[in-house]
Design a protein around this ligand. Sequence first.
Ligand SMILES: Cc1ncc(COP(=O)(O)O)c(C=O)c1O
Length: 501
Amino acid sequence: MKHIPASFLPPIALDDRTKTPRYRQLYDWFRRAILDGQMRPGQRVPSTRNLAAELNISRIPVLNAYEQLLAEGYFETFVGAGTCVARSIPDDTLSPPAVIARKGLREIVEKRGPRRISHRGAALTHVPPQSWLDTLGAFRVSLPALDHFPIGIWSKLVARHSRRPPRGIMAYGDAMGYLPFREAIAEYLGAVRGVRCEPSQILVTTGSQQALQISAQVLLDPKDRVCIEDPGYPGARLAFLTAGAQLIPVRVDHDGMNVAEIIGRGRDVRAVYVTPSHQYPMGMTMSASRRMLLLNWAARSGAWIIEDDYDSEYRFGSRPIASLQGLDTDGRVIYVGTFSKVMFPALRLGYVVVPKDLVPAFAAARDAADIFSSTLYQAVLTDFIREGHFARHIRRMRMLYMERRRALVNAIQMQMGDTTDVIGAEAGMHLVLLLPRGTHDVAVSRRAAEKGISVMPLSTCYLKPPTRGGLVLGYGGLDARQIHDGIRKLKMSVQSARADP
Ligand SMILES: Cc1ncc(COP(=O)(O)O)c(C=O)c1O
């Protein structure tokens, strides 16, 4: 018999005022908990000694109750594993008892009320789930080279902070984040991204997804209009939908988001979501003139700009472009960043740089959401940055991703070059493969998933259906052999989807 771990027990309340003896109250309680499904078949129950101590009563009533439950088959015992709820209680005994209502009350008990959810909740369910993409197969978007992460250094830093943690690491922390971490982020952003801010303006978040959500909550009222890039990042769409916003798709071209189209909409736009350093997913960089136009328009019309700078550490060839936030003189830009791509996604650490006057509102929104991020990982990452490991890791990954990108582009050209086009391969960890005209990208993505490949259909990044289907291919987590093999399988998936859409 394998070891069965002890599990949680719902609270037991004994009533000293009734005539029912304690052993009977305990017996009834366990029986009811088992029949109502609060205790599962096979679940371990506490030892008689522990339960008696916990309830502050003598062991005798507990022993008597257990004996009867054993005799009636509700409990069973195993040598070395203690006492458990019997595994063979028939399912029909386990279903909750029917409510027997008195006459007159019957209608109230039997009639089910409506199961109404908010308009925002309903809008979220219109975004189709793509559960077939939820594998770690080749081309998974946003997956860095996890096997190249310096896990030895990281685990030493985790051990350093967790062996004898100061109270500050274990107690409640600041909603804005761990101060030394915010200082390190402010320094990094100033030096590398041209972001102008003080540590007091940095709010640490659970990844940039939460940063987008908090921004939406603080800046938008239901029905407010938000311009988003089309195609754009589906996660941002979700964040704005949860705030009840109305999404306005804006086209992108080789200079990035079409700012003239935003200006043409007049003053009714409350916010703009944009990825100027590396448009998601198409990969272009927003031109300098468009940046200035966007900032001027925002200052005049009183709109907010949410700048998502999710992977600009990885530019190949040209130098990184300074952020919009660094050019802003009117406190209009909310700058969002993440450690998911440069470190690893499960770390769930990101940040927002907030205009000074909005800091109290953002801090309160974070407090209301989930109070703060794990201080331990903030402290560990602070040391990782301060001791130079972060900069070294980024340099190494930039070289690695450059090689991987070359291998992917070559493999596509060799195996599928005559019918497809590659765009957006100058930066980041993904590129877009435009499929032969008339190919249904969701069908290809589903076929590829059957072969263990995770390719995101480009059409799911659009609000308005695109004229040509495509796939977003992540290459950060793949070596040359996996890339070659993945493209071979992808080619077969395209052929089979075209033959039988
Ligand atoms: C454009 C963009 N923004 C934000 C994110 C979210 O990242 P995080 O893991 O920090 O929530 C991603 C993740 O892929 C992304 O591609």
